[in-house]
Design a protein around this ligand. Structure first.
Ligand code: FES
Length: 374
């Protein structure tokens, strides 16, 4: 049999090239034109151009590999514990997210550019026409398909270009490692490292240097400081409040940070007089009369759980419909959340303003973080 009539020979005895031609034949594929980008008979000037193209592609893969390494190193060792804007090291802390985003983005971008350039500069120009077939594939078809894929691999010229091959494999490997670090990193880190100062224990409500932390209403204007007093609320109403310290007054960055901290928003709720409330043991004095303050961050996945129904005392999280019964210490009564909304201990100071008596006594936010090693 000849290569022009490949269907009559045992495919297991055929070479890759013969099997690839057989694959075309069986699949009714006609290769109309196939021109290599860099013919073997190229002149020395063309060879130099080819070498330059090879280096260009390899450099993009090297850049991707370096970015992936930078990402892994940054993600692993950069201190990401929260630092307030007024404290030393804030600039360093603020750079954490841009740096891990930038290095990971550059790794993806340069890997993509390397692949596109490689296809553009080294894949042969091929024009093929295929007739459509129905039905399952036979063994011969499967063998020939594998051979065809091998031939495509050879057409990429990667086996003949060790520089690109090594750079591409290094970039792909390190990019895969960086992705893996990103996926599992959050599970490897111990969120409780740091003891009582661990980021998950500390929110903007924590008193610092004995300074009073007021409950501040959100007015929509950053410099507009409106501390909340009991007479500001009607029975059955709810208000979102943020922490405020006098040392923050006039400090735009500090005020902004207090509003933007994801664990800061609190619902201040005034129940109607006489409403029966079941309090959590140990938190019997966290409220001030009919006023109760609960974290607004849903303990399921962190959405704002603050669609408050004052008739039924239910606060609903619109993301997955978890409902928290405020009169039962905000315990979940419906939906996927399994943990009550943490309650903020409050009181009214001598000036008549609501103040926090301390930070939350449990972590704010998704229930995952409540899992601890015993
Ligand atoms: S985030 Fe609130 S129910 Fe899912």
């Amino acid at each position: 049999m000849t290569e022009d009539s490949p269907g009559e020979r045992d495919p297991r005895s055929m070479s890759h090239q013969q099997l690839a031609r057989l694959a075309d034949h069986l699949e009714d594929v006609e290769v109309v034109a196939k021109t290599p980008q860099w013919p073997t008979s190229a002149s020395s000037a063309e060879r130099r151009t080819e070498k330059r193209a090879e280096w260009t592609v390899a450099l993009w893969f090297v850049l991707s590999a370096l970015s992936a390494v930078a990402f892994v190193v940054t993600y692993s060792i950069w201190p990401d514990e929260y630092v307030r804007p007024s404290e030393d090291g804030y600039t360093y802390y603020a750079l954490y997210t841009p740096v891990i985003g930038g290095t990971f983005g550059l790794a993806v971008l340069s890997l993509g550019i390397g692949l596109i350039l490689h296809i553009k500069k080294f894949f042969p120009d091929e024009l093929a026409v295929q007739q459509r077939h129905d039905g399952p594939s036979e063994e011969t078809t499967r063998l020939t398909t594998a051979a065809k894929l091998a031939e495509i691999g050879e057409d990429t010229s990667i086996p003949r270009r060790p520089l690109i091959k090594r750079a591409m494999l290094t970039a792909a490997g390190l990019f895969g490692a960086a992705t893996g670090v990103l996926l599992i990193g959050g599970f490897v880190r111990n969120p409780w490292a740091g003891g009582s100062q661990a980021a998950l224990w500390v929110t903007g409500w924590k008193p610092v240097n004995g300074e009073t932390v007021y409950l501040r209403a959100q007015t929509g204007v950053l410099g507009d400081i409106e501390r909340v007093r009991p007479e500001d609320m009607q029975p059955g109403s709810m208000m979102t409040v943020f922490p405020f310290r006098e040392s923050d007054r006039g400090e735009k960055e500090l005020l902004l940070a207090a509003e933007r901290a994801s664990d800061a928003p609190v619902m201040l709720i005034r129940l109607r007089p006489g409403t029966h409330v079941t309090k959590r043991p140990g938190q019997e004095d966290f409220n001030y009369g009919d006023y109760y303050a609960f974290s607004k961050v849903c303990t399921h996945l962190g959405c704002p759980a603050s669609q408050y129904d004052s008739q039924n005392h239910i606060s609903l999280c619109p993301c997955h419909q978890s409902e928290f019964l405020i009169t039962a210490s905000a315990k979940p009564v419906f939906g996927p959340a399994t943990r009550p909304l943490p309650q903020l201990p409050i009181t009214v100071n001598a000036e008549g303003y609501f103040v926090a008596r301390g930070d939350f006594v449990e972590p704010v936010g998704p229930g995952f973080w409540s899992m601890r090693k015993s």
